[in-house]
Design a protein around this ligand. Structure first.
Ligand SMILES: [Zn+2]
Length: 78
């Protein structure tokens, strides 16, 4: 009975970031470090990623501008 010691082969199932469906090994579509169902789901997710990046860049720029606009904030404390 050597079968008992055998580890079950666990197929790694990840979910598509775009439609959240579980991805089957043979059907996944690899782009930019992530797996998707197909190019359509990649495009859908990519839109969100680009939007998030743009938003993050915008917030970073806003924070930088705010920091530059208020250099006396530290002095006011002391
Ligand atoms: Zn998908």
């Amino acid at each position: 009975m050597a079968e008992a010691t055998k580890k079950p082969v666990v197929e790694e199932v990840k979910n598509c970031p775009a439609c959240k469906k579980p991805l089957k090994k043979a059907r996944r579509f690899y782009r930019n470090g992530a797996y998707y169902c197909n190019s359509n789901c990649f495009k859908k997710a990519d839109v969100d990623i680009q939007a998030a990046k743009a938003k993050a860049a915008e917030e970073k720029a806003a924070a930088k501008a705010a920091a530059a606009a208020a250099p006396a904030a530290e002095e006011a404390k002391g």
